[in-house]
Design a protein around this ligand. Structure first.
Ligand SMILES: C[S@@+](CC[C@H](N)C(=O)[O-])C[C@H]1O[C@@H](n2cnc3c(N)ncnc32)[C@H](O)[C@@H]1O
Length: 288
């Protein structure tokens, strides 16, 4: 449905988790520890998160250890196959799983003594983001999502946001492959042209997404912190680097901006690359 397969998301998950900016995550945890009483949260009332474009649940698996012991997550995606994959992957990840016939769209997990309720919500965020943001929540989060959406949608999202936002792994447009190749620059430009196409939200913001979020949230009085979170891939990430190179080459082929011969030469070099760094931004924003 979206072009994001559960296999691709599983392949990138270890690199995604390594890349996250540790200082920003610590800041987010400290904010909620300090703000705990202000949130009116009690032991009975779980800490509530909404994860936009959850895929197979990688973001929950990364953040849950840094959050309070009793959590409720709403995982939102419009792809039912990915929501099923999330349910499966989270059940495998947890130490204990409870399901109830009375709540078919939810599961309750125990992981490292944390009690985590998860509700799966199929929703098209291009259409219904305001409805999702109107749900009672303490934190909105997303991973590898905001570069897919349009500048107009980002502004709309920021207008509807009333709680803290913690978003990670928004592509920043930089890629450094080693060793370098003569076609690197034109391949990257063509890849950016492909990235800017419509992914269901209007023409995508791509690498501009973090700047647009930062400006729109600052204008609304949010305090916004940004930290870089590049993928640092080496020979031990061979499968991910190869999938990335093949995916880029396919995207570039669709643009017809690079001659076939140059593209194929670039791809065969990249399938043997020693390392690559792909830039991302993480962002934590709190309402004043
Ligand atoms: C790059 S994947 C990231 C998945 C996950 N957050 C992760 O870090 O592994 C982008 C996700 O956004 C979801 N998505 C794309 N368009 C969407 C839409 N219109 N409504 C809801 N989810 C959408 C995709 O199905 C996919 O799961």
């Amino acid at each position: 449905m979206t072009g994001f397969s559960a296999q691709w998301l599983a392949l990138r998950e270890p690199a995604d988790h390594r890349a996250r900016h540790p200082g920003l995550c610590a800041q987010m945890t400290a904010y909620f520890n300090t703000a705990e009483s202000g949130l009116g949260r009690t032991a009975e009332r779980p800490f509530r998160m909404v994860d936009l474009g959850c895929g197979s649940g990688s973001n929950l698996r990364a953040i849950a250890p840094a959050l309070p012991a009793h959590q409720h997550w709403t995982l939102v995606d419009y792809d039912p196959a990915l929501l099923m994959a999330a349910r499966h992957a989270l059940s495998q990840w947890a130490d204990q799983v409870q399901v109830s016939d009375a709540r078919p769209h939810s599961i309750t997990l125990v992981k490292d003594h944390k009690h985590i309720e998860v509700t799966f919500l199929q929703e098209d965020l291009a259409v219904n983001v305001e409805r999702v943001l109107a749900m009672p929540t303490d934190l909105v989060t997303a991973a590898a999502f905001f570069d897919l959406v349009s500048p107009d949608w980002l502004v709309r999202f920021c207008q509807a946001l009333t709680v803290p936002l913690y978003t990670v792994l928004t592509y920043d447009g930089t890629e450094i492959w080693t060793p370098p190749h003569a076609a690197d620059q034109k391949m990257l430009q063509a890849f950016h042209a492909h990235q800017a196409t419509d992914k269901g939200f209007g023409l995508s913001a791509g690498p501009d997404a973090t700047d647009i979020l930062r400006m729109a949230l600052t204008a609304r009085g949010f305090d916004v912190q940004v930290g870089s979170s590049p993928w640092q891939l080496g020979v031990s990430d061979r499968d991910l680097m190869s999938a990335l190179a093949s995916g880029s080459a396919n995207a570039v082929a669709e643009t017809k901006l690079v001659a076939n011969e140059d593209r194929q030469d670039w791809l065969s070099a990249r399938l043997r690359a020693q390392s690559c760094q792909i830039g991302h931004w993480d962002l934590f924003a709190t309402p004043s």
